[in-house]
Ligand binder design. Sequence first.
Ligand SMILES: CC(C)(COP(=O)(O)OP(=O)(O)OC[C@H]1O[C@@H](n2cnc3c(N)ncnc32)[C@H](O)[C@@H]1OP(=O)(O)O)[C@@H](O)C(=O)NCCC(=O)NCCS
Length: 227
Amino acid sequence: MLNSSGASSDNSGSRGLADQDIVLETARMILRRLTEADADNLFSLDSDPGVMRYLTGGVPSTRAFIVEQSLPMMLGLYEQFDGFGFWAAIEKPSGDFMGWFHFRPDRDHPENADLGYRLKKPYWGCGLATEGSRALIDRGFRELGVTKVVAEAMSQNVRSRRVLEKCGLVLEKTFAYPGAPFPGWRPEDCLEVRYGLTRKRWEIARVSGDVGIVHTHPLIHKDSASD
Ligand SMILES: CC(C)(COP(=O)(O)OP(=O)(O)OC[C@H]1O[C@@H](n2cnc3c(N)ncnc32)[C@H](O)[C@@H]1OP(=O)(O)O)[C@@H](O)C(=O)NCCC(=O)NCCS
């Protein structure tokens, strides 16, 4: 946790992390920048067919794909976009890698922020995806000047859809996946859904309490840390 001066206290799971790498903190997790040292974490995450079910039809990522394509793409976003990107989700207080969230300019409509998440299975079902997503959405509207948050999921991915709905996003359209289907996909896997949350709706929901706001912090600057 951060104390009132913005400094990390001992039970936050942030020990060993450089302050400037932490993007925000919620009750149960720290979101920090990924580094090249996360290759094994990402490989382990993508090795579970259950995690990959609604992404590739259950086909795990190879280590070469992680090291040569996935991780460089993730790290490259930090250089392209200030404050946006992929963030490792670190459990407090253990410091264990739970997965990642992304909050990045949408590929087709970069004025919108695209939300996504991928967690290891032992961490499913306890509200963590919702907690991290709400914090990122809150930070995006408050600090990054975002005007709309969007997200896409496989129509069948009810867990993911539920997370989006709990975060206040509303279904905007259902559409056929425009690319080539992954080898493991079934016909029903080719149906996608798109959700969105405008700033206006977010503001109204904040007032009415529909979108639960998790306490977030701006980037922790080294000169404000007291350790
Ligand atoms: C999607 C994912 C991040 C959700 O994480 P999570 O931490 O379990 O999510 P939460 O606990 O915050 O919320 C899950 C919600 O789905 C609900 N849910 C779970 N199984 C469900 C089912 N079969 N039908 C309907 N709802 C279901 C839960 O009850 C919960 O809603 P509730 O709080 O109203 O009860 C996680 O399952 C994951 O990493 N999956 C693999 C990667 C992936 O598919 N990413 C999304 C790509 S679009």
